[in-house]
Design a protein around this ligand. Sequence first.
Ligand code: 5GP
Length: 113
Amino acid sequence: MSETIFTKIIDREIPATIVYEDDLAIAFKDINPQAPTHILVIPKKVIAKLDDVTPSDQALLGHLLLCIPKIAQEQGLSDGYRVVINNGELGGQTVYHLHIHILGGRQMTWPPG
Ligand code: 5GP
């Protein structure tokens, strides 16, 4: 699988503001925030997109989701936040390393653009 800029963040080859890390996951501030708080949660395992996950990733995916409320609480998002996964071209994905956006600190609207 091809590596992306997110692999370089995992490997500390380029800087990022890391807000959470464990053996399986890392979370850092988005470089182009779309809300006052905009965090990306990614698996350390290289998975290009949600379409590419397999049943063997079940525990990893659960782990990523379980990280989110913990990170949100640490970031002070007690009034709510939005969780987004963009998948593929029409989903608006631009970096092909699976990631979960956490957006908060303002009122979210629906439908998204
Ligand atoms: P996508 O559009 O693929 O769902 O989201 C990719 C996100 O990665 C975008 O929100 C973009 O701002 C962010 N991003 C792209 N390159 C970098 C980078 O080098 N550092 C950080 N921290 N975020 C990045």
